[in-house]
Design a protein. Structure first.
Length: 167
């Protein structure tokens, strides 16, 4: 004669009930660890010329994602993966992307980029003729400048141990 507990286990196995503790599909994922580090980012006005130079190469509009990638990889080569993954603590938005996007805003105010409109929908960037001239004339003497800021980084492992950290 089987005990009630053994019968219950056998019944659940027969019905195909999933054991959540042993099934890998339902195991809890590791929570990302949060680290506060000092990261290197482009200084306030540094991305303006890289944005203009990137847009001057294209005869049409470019998507935001493409411009951000080009500016970060081709113009600010000294930024490590840790620097690029730094986010603001409050908003969780990427610091480097935010600096580049604010530079775009300043370029619009200066008349070097077209503001969003029907011809230039949100999510696309296009240089004005004035901006293209500025890119061509100032491109030669440009050098990247950086500042250090406190940032938050979410990761599964410790960025200080992986060798990518700047702290």
């Amino acid at each position: 004669m089987k005990s009630k507990a053994v019968q219950k286990i056998e019944n659940t196995q027969e019905r195909g009930v999933v054991n959540y503790e042993t099934c890998s599909k339902f195991r809890k994922r590791k929570k990302p660890k949060i680290f506060h580090l000092v990261v290197k980012i482009p200084s306030r006005g540094a991305p303006e010329l890289p944005i203009l130079a990137t847009l001057a190469k294209s005869p049409s509009v470019l998507k935001t994602k493409y411009v951000l990638h080009q500016v970060k990889t081709n113009w600010f080569k000294e930024l490590s993966e840790t620097d690029l993954s730094g986010v603001y603590q409050e908003s969780k938005k990427g610091i480097v992307d935010t600096v580049v996007k604010y530079s775009r805003k300043h370029l619009i105010e200066k008349g070097d980029l077209f503001a969003p409109s029907e011809e230039n929908p949100i999510g696309t960037w296009r240089a004005t003729p004035k901006g293209v001239k500025r890119a061509q004339s100032e491109k030669e003497g440009w050098k990247p400048t950086y500042v250090q800021v406190s940032a938050m980084i979410e990761t599964v492992d410790n960025p200080r141990e992986s060798g990518n950290g700047t702290a």
